[in-house]
Design a protein around this ligand. Sequence first.
Ligand code: MRU
Length: 370
Amino acid sequence: MKVGDRWYRTIWPSEDGGAVEVIDQTRLPHAFEVVRLQSLEAAAEAIRVMQVRGAPLVGATAAYGLCLALQEDSSDQALQHGVELLAATRPTAVNLRWALGEVVAAVGPLPAAERVAAAWRVAARICDDDVAACRSIGEHGLELLRGLARDKGDRALNVLTHCNAGWLATVDWGTALAPVYLAHDAGMNVHVWVDETRPRNQGAALTAFELGAHGVPHTLIADNVGGHLMQHGMVDLCLVGSDRTTSRGDVANKIGTYLKALAAHDNKVPFYVALPSTTIDWEIADGIEEIPIEERSPAEVIRVAGRTKEGIDSSVEIAPPGCAAANFAFDVTPARLVSGLLTERGVCEASTVGLRHLFPERAVVISGVH
Ligand code: MRU
């Protein structure tokens, strides 16, 4: 997507080779800075501290992390060490494990001398495929938005989103926001309610930044506002991303998503989840029991970061000294609360049957029978 007059992806190999560059998302929205990752450890740290985040981008960064590892040492042991280090950074987003698997499958059978070049090719392919998948999600989602806008006349179609599932969370375009960008570009009157998304405020810092840069009308709201808006007919559609979707359509996404789904269900507001198929974990069905939920530092709940009026980056404590805090980073929305899954192959019911219909080649894994 465009930032200023330049088109950016969120991750790319450096022009001089041998390194990877990413947009440092911990600096947004106040500063747009590019960071150079030159080692496996730097890539793992970038994922851990969330300089890069969002399930598809975490996967792409992990793939490049293995390229950087193999550049240092292309042995089996180094590959295994890289996989273990990267896999441990963030447990919920399944794209991480998937991307590591793609690189290992491609380079594992090769002699050491051929591994580095092959790994860079796989990482580039993962990025290109993610861009294509997200663009396709956008096109299918545009039809969904057009359908919902049909009865609205001149009035705006109000979309509520949670966290950041825009281009910053992927390699480009985004998942939940891809249809919004295409709708806006097509001249549709679309407006986005942006949940601030405590504790790290990805909605306020990233989604508002993205939508603002693209000129999409949006309004930032505190996390608890969505239910009120839905009761008053001010939301036409909830559209969120996913970090892991199970084979029966349960969805793990940023903490607070489940509460939005409950409110949407109670108010008969459509609740759609947008995801590339790399976010589907075909090996599990019950999201509540089987998806590992990342727990992050309590400090993220106790402190709030921002920029002072004087332009100084700072953080302040918002709780009494010594207050205990818990920081569950994701929750699971059961499939029964999801109106549909929006994928690169189109929209399907959030169910085993729905997913099997769109991805028939995965029936083997789903049923384990044929
Ligand atoms: O903790 P984050 O910022 O990585 O969480 C991101 C989300 O929850 C997104 O909604 C999700 O990754 C979907 S990405 C297109």
